[in-house]
Each structure stands twice: as C-alpha cells, then as structure tokens.
Write a protein that binds this ligand. Structure first.
Ligand code: ADP
Ligand code: DAR
Ligand code: MG
Length: 357
C-alpha cells in the first residue's frame, strides 16, 4: 500500500511526462498499462515504491534513461519497467538473457591505443560495486551511510603496493582541495540534478569520500552514485596497464567485502546502465577533424557501441575539443569483451580521424 502523497506525485508526474517531448528511456517504456500495474507495488524489505524508481526521470525530462533502483529487489518487483529499459540500453539483453560469469582476461591482451600520444590524453577504467545487504541511495539512512563508509575505508586500508593509499572523507574536506580534485577529474562532481532527484544526495556529504594512492592512478569513490566506484587511470593510452591495475584492485577488495551479485544481472548497481560488468573504460581524446563533424562522430560512436561525454564527464560539454569516449554496453558480455569493444571502437575512431580531413 502506497502513501496517498506518493500516489499523487506519481499520477501528476506521469501525466506531465506523457505529454512532454522527453526522449528518455523512461518515457519510451513506461506505458500507461505498465504504470497502472506497478504504481501500487512496493519492494518486500525496504518498501520502495515506483516513485523511488522513476522520480529522477519525472523531474528531469531531459534524462537519457531516467530510472534508478532504490534497492536490489526493485529490479524484480518493477521488472516490467526495468527489463525493457535494460534491453534497450544494453542493446539486446532480453528478459531470458543471463549475464556471463566474470571473465576479466588480462591487460596484455590490449595494446596501447596511441603509442605516439597524438590523440589520447588519458585513459580510465572504472567499475561499480555494491555491498551486500545494503540498499541503494534512496533507502540508506544516515547511520548506514556512515557504516558503509567505515566498512569500505577499513577494507581500503588493507591495500598495498601500487594500490596503497589514503581515504579522504568529503565531510570536512578543504573546499580548495575538493575543487582541485574535481577539476583534475579525480573526484566526483556535486549537485548532479539527476542523482539529487533520484534521492542520492540525502545527508550529503555524510558517508561520502574518495580514496587514492599517492600517484592518483588508483582511486575509489565511496557513496557517490554507487556504494563504490573502483577506478584506475593515468596519462596516455596504455589501456592494458590501466585495466590490469583496476582488476587487481577489485580482486584485492573482493577479499575484504561481500559484493552484491545477481544470478541474471551480474554486479548490481543503483543505475541499470551500470549492471553486469559495471565497467566503463574511457579515454580523454582530441579528435579535431571529427569534432568538426559531430554527426559523423556520433554515427561512428553508434556503430561501435561507444558513448561520447564531455570533458567533465556526463552532462558536461567537450572543452577544447577533449571528449570522454567510452564503451556504452556493460551487461550481457564479459569484462574482457567490454574492454575489447571499447578498444576496437577507439581504434576505429582514431583511424577515421586520420581520414577525415
Ligand atoms: P562515471 O561513469 O565514472 O561516473 P562520470 O562521467 O560521472 O563517469 O565522470 C567521471 C569523472 O571521471 C569525470 O571527472 C570525468 O571527467 C573523469 N574521466 C572520465 N574519463 C576520463 C579519462 N579517460 N581521463 C581522465 N578523466 C576521466
Ligand atoms: N542522469 C541519468 C544518467 C543515466 C546513466 N548515467 C549514470 N547512471 N550516471 C539519465 O538518465 O540521464
Ligand atoms: Mg558518474
């Protein structure tokens, strides 16, 4: 039984979305029939509602996707909405499909994308991990945010070698340090309105923070969009070395923490776009010729299942012609295949750049 206030927000929000010209996957897949069927449902453990799942897309008609799972059970209870969105975003992962077992392969399978450093400024590979038994942002209480921060920062203290580093809570961080870390692409931005409307900014900055090694080539975000984002990054185009550093970091942390993994959906994350491998491998790349032909760049990105983001990531513009280009698909293929898809796509873009005078 859903609270009358929630029902009112759902009905009004749905009516506005239905008459908008939104291009979000929420608008595309939330038919009246599915809306009527799901609006009274709640998840058994955390009592999450359809409003928890779709509020971001109801408030931001310019969303690309517009839905998030408030807790792991939401992927089952609201499957009538999540499944078609998942199939659409990950290009064909249908209801009967099952994410493959983990298969990372090795960094040496991928050669440097730009050995002469002509196009690629830096390479980054990240994945998301959720801690078992905890819900996602909309359902987390302040004590749970702090408990997660405590568990994650303790696990991070066990890292050694190239992963060894220090945890820096966002709460109490020097604003100048925070600003520099964001500008240098190490720390997540604040005030993302899509995440705010998804209930991901509550109690901010409590429980949020960043871990990184001295060189800032291995980093972990705590309680931004996901419980954890595990990141390797460095200047240049050596995708294999960056990928290896992420793999070994994830494998070390898996010895200390129990990650939420679903039989069908693989690694569970707050946003359905990050399910499965949860891997996004990206380059900061300058393609001056293709930047002058945005439709050709987009056509190539579509052909190679790549996503083009701005210089400061999602919902930002490319500044000085630097694009953040990454794999789009993360679910229904192995980690190795995900990196392969990004590697081959970037190589094709660099080739096309040479031809596009
Ligand atoms: P994510 O999917 O990892 O959350 P976002 O788009 O939210 O990515 O932003 C992640 C941050 O990482 C942004 O500051 C973005 O500029 C930065 N970033 C992404 N790819 C690279 C890269 N190849 N080199 C340097 N910084 C990067
Ligand atoms: N603002 C959301 C982004 C969806 C995918 N990106 C994530 N999860 N950070 C949108 O629907 O536009
Ligand atoms: Mg992000």
């Amino acid at each position: 039984d859903v609270d009358p206030e929630v029902m009112k927000d759902l009905e009004e929000g749905y009516k506005k979305l239905a008459s908008s010209n939104s291009k979000s996957l929420l608008k595309k897949h939330l038919t009246k029939e599915i809306f009527e069927k799901l609006k009274t449902k709640t998840t058994p453990h955390f009592k999450s509602t359809l409003l928890h799942c779709i509020n971001s897309g109801l408030c931001n008609h310019d969303s690309g996707v517009g839905v998030y799972a408030p807790d792991p059970e939401a992927y089952t209870v609201f499957a009538d909405l999540f499944d078609p969105i998942i199939e659409d975003y990950h290009k064909g992962f249908c209801k009967a499909a099952k994410h493959p077992e983990a298969c990372f392969g090795e960094g040496k399978d991928f050669e440097n994308l730009d050995p002469d450093n002509k196009f690629i400024q830096s390479t980054r590979v990240r994945c998301g991990r959720s801690i078992e038994k905890f819900p996602f942002n909309p359902c987390l209480t302040e004590p749970e945010y702090l408990k997660l921060q405590d568990m994650i920062s303790c696990a991070l203290m066990s890292l050694c070698g190239e992963h060894q580093g220090k945890f820096y809570p966002l709460d109490g961080m020097d604003p100048a340090v925070q600003k520099q870390l964001i500008e240098d692409h190490f720390l997540f931005k604040e005030g993302d309105r899509f995440l705010a409307a998804a209930g991901a900014s509550r109690f901010w900055p409590k429980g949020r923070g960043i871990f990184h090694n001295e060189a800032k080539t291995f980093l972990v975000w705590c309680n931004e969009e996901d419980h954890m984002r595990i990141i390797a990054m460095e200047k240049g185009g050596d995708l294999g070395r960056v990928y290896d550093r992420m793999i070994s970091g994830v494998e070390e942390l898996a010895k200390e923490l129990k990650f939420s993994r679903d039989e069908r959906l693989g690694n569970l994350t707050f946003c359905p776009t990050n399910l499965g491998t949860s891997i996004r491998a990206s380059v900061h790349i300058k393609l001056p010729n293709l930047t002058k032909k945005p439709e050709e760049l987009q056509k190539l990105a579509d052909k190679y299942n790549l996503q083009v983001r701005g210089t400061h990531g999602e919902h930002s513009e490319a500044k000085g012609g630097v694009h953040d280009i990454s794999n789009k698909r993360r679910l229904g293929l192995t980690e190795h295949e995900t990196i392969r898809e990004m590697h081959d796509g970037i190589r094709a873009l660099i080739e096309a750049e040479g031809k596009a005078k």
